[in-house]
Design a protein around this ligand. Sequence first.
Ligand code: FES
Length: 103
Amino acid sequence: MAKIIVTDRNGNEKHILADENSTLMEIIRDAGLDIEAACGGCCACATCHVYVDLEWIDKLNKMDDDEESMLDQAFSVKKNSRLSCQINFTKKIDGIRLVLAPE
Ligand code: FES
């Protein structure tokens, strides 16, 4: 099984085993980490905001216009910001490292 590595808002690193065919948001939420994901993954809330480790950012699918405009309205946006509900987990990103953005 593949995994993702997530640093929570207390600085704790969690290794989460995950199946493909889920989004990163679903994997983080289902592991019980503190991610609000208020819209349930419809790209309408930005509460699934994460920072993607720079080593991994270019391996992800490109941001579409909807994600870009949601992030425009989010707080604490950095160049490696993404909405985790808009990223499908695949083997290609097995081992990806993410940090939960502040609420
Ligand atoms: S869960 Fe709402 S934008 Fe990702």
